[in-house]
Design a protein around this ligand. Structure first.
Ligand code: 2AM
Length: 211
């Protein structure tokens, strides 16, 4: 079939270069390992059973930050996003993502991505609409690092929005620990957020995934 007739991708997003994928995976493993040893964490376990966090979360493939989930054109707004001239002009370009926090819930582990104004041009207007809180565009931006058994990666963004909604609601969370990587806060119901002392700069290519 001519190229024009090929379906839209499963999703558009920033794909981390392989060298930095390694670094981010290592940092996230370190984080989980340390978390597992903390008294504060032992008293607020995310699962009823004793679990080894590194086993509990299953890796989810190449690290990326989804911009628009298109579901091959079936998702709402997919066509409009794909046809956007800004998106078109930036397709294949290199970016530097800034990873500013790591978070863990009973369902997912992920990294929060803080987008620049230029990166926000690639951000779909409807990304935060699943949250009841009115959070600024880009709030949902994240990289899924792992999911518990039976959990779909889409959950990571939902979990992040939930934590941000609590913060916006004035809930400071419970300061739990000063770690080498940054300060760890507990938000109840097994939700932990580590604000990184030093954001991780991650070179990434804006592209799409067909699967
Ligand atoms: P993620 O961005 O949180 O990792 C393929 O499933 C990719 O598209 C995954 O990276 C996944 O989650 C993301 N994804 C799946 N369904 C989605 C949805 N309804 N909204 C936004 N992102 C979705």
């Amino acid at each position: 079939a001519p190229l024009e007739e090929v379906d839209l991708p499963l999703f558009f997003g920033w794909f981390l270069l392989s060298s930095v994928q390694e670094k981010v995976r290592c940092t996230s493993m370190d984080f989980l390992k340390t978390l597992d040893t903390l008294e504060a964490f032992k008293n607020r376990r995310i699962s009823e059973n004793e679990v080894d966090l590194e086993q509990y979360f299953k890796p989810t493939g190449a690290l990326h930050c989804t911009t628009k989930f298109c579901n091959y054109g079936k998702a709402e707004g997919a066509k409009e996003y794909a046809e956007n001239p800004v998106r078109n002009s930036l397709y294949g370009s290199a970016f530097e993502l800034s990873l500013t926090a790591l978070f863990v819930t009973p369902r997912t582990v992920g990294a929060r991505v803080s987008l620049t104004d230029e990166q926000l041009k690639l951000w779909p207007a409807d990304a935060e609409q699943s949250s009841a809180a009115s959070l600024p565009p880009g709030s949902r931006a994240h990289i899924t690092l792992g999911c518990a058994e039976g959990v779909e990666p889409v959950q990571t963004g939902v979990d992040l929005l939930e934590i941000l909604a609590l913060q916006q609601d004035g809930q400071q969370g419970e300061p739990a620990e000063e770690m080498e990587l940054g300060s760890l806060t507990y938000y109840g119901e097994g939700r932990w957020l580590l604000n990184l002392r030093e954001p991780i700069g991650a070179p990434a290519c804006f592209s799409s995934f067909y699967g």
